[in-house]
Design a protein around this ligand. Structure first.
Ligand SMILES: C[S@@+](CC[C@H](N)C(=O)[O-])C[C@H]1O[C@@H](n2cnc3c(N)ncnc32)[C@H](O)[C@@H]1O
Length: 260
């Protein structure tokens, strides 16, 4: 199968600048571009590069490559314009899935009864929008989801995710239908299944608004249970503006939204 075409750094920087200049003016956009490039240079010092391997323990355990340490300069620079690749820590991930289960047992539903029953993962498709090297897909496969999908913009990260999906072996694995798709998640057509959608700050505010609009539209066309797990919820207000979702649980580390 052909590899997806690489994304051009210059074109990405130009699109980023044009968008910024439209809202802030050319001078402010150019200054901010300088700031982005300066941050990239600081982020490329040997100390910072070494520090990024601090997230590699998972890779040692499962013989995969999901660390942010082993991301080339090109993808790191592209990440400055979209969002930098950083894998979710296993402890945080499992805490979020546990919280999802528990919050259902405690949360009042719209009719003031409790939502009650535990979520049956078998009914749900798990989707990570901005899935990078696919670590969350592997971790989600410890739960018996119906299937697991990741959507990643950068072709090289997507290709590594595909290798990881082939290579991963764990006795705790419960779902074996896993797929990484290369594309823009803000334009991704959500499947009509019950969904658990995972977001770890993949988009700037405009991208988040687009995804929320897509989800609202998808729920109008195909009403079904949907949960959104938002890790490090810096742009939580964009989800709160959804016409279909409401927040049912959260900590400073994550928020959980549902349409139920
Ligand atoms: C913070 S990382 C999270 C990776 C993964 N979800 C995890 O939790 O381990 C965000 C990822 O979103 C990707 N991304 C950024 N914009 C995107 C877009 N429009 N469509 C798909 N992926 C995107 C980045 O390339 C990066 O891999």
């Amino acid at each position: 199968m052909d590899s997806p075409a690489q994304i051009s750094v210059l074109q990405t920087a130009w699109q980023w600048w044009t968008y910024a200049a439209r809202y802030e003016g050319a001078l402010a956009a150019t200054r901010r571009l300088g700031g982005v490039l300066w941050e990239f240079a600081r982020d490329s010092t040997p100390d910072r590069l070494r520090a990024r391997f601090g997230d590699a323990e998972y890779d040692w355990d499962y013989h995969v490559n999901t660390t942010s340490g082993a991301v080339g300069w090109r993808d790191r620079l592209l990440g400055m314009f979209h969002s930098a690749y950083q894998p979710t820590e296993p402890v945080a991930f499992h805490e979020m899935l546990d919280a999802l289960q528990q919050s259902l047992q405690q949360t009042p539903g719209p009719d003031h009864t409790t939502l009650g029953t535990a979520l049956n993962f078998r009914d749900f498709t798990f989707i990570d929008l901005g899935s990078g090297k696919g670590r969350t897909l592997l971790m989600a496969s410890d739960h018996p989801f119906r299937r697991i999908l990741g959507v990643e913009l950068l072709p090289s990260l997507h290709e590594i995710a595909q290798q990881n999906l082939r290579q991963y072996k764990s006795e705790s694995q419960r779902c074996f239908v896993l797929e990484s798709i290369c594309g823009d998640a803000t334009a991704f057509h959500l499947p009509a299944d019950p969904l658990v959608i995972f977001l770890f700050n993949p988009f700037p505010e405009s991208g988040m608004r687009q995804v929320v609009a897509n989800l609202d539209q998808s729920l109008r066309e195909h009403p079904r249970p949907v949960y959104v797990l938002y890790h490090n919820p810096l742009l939580e207000h964009t989800l709160s503006e959804s016409q279909k979702l409401r927040k049912i649980a959260g900590t400073p580390q994550y928020s959980i939204f549902t349409n139920l």
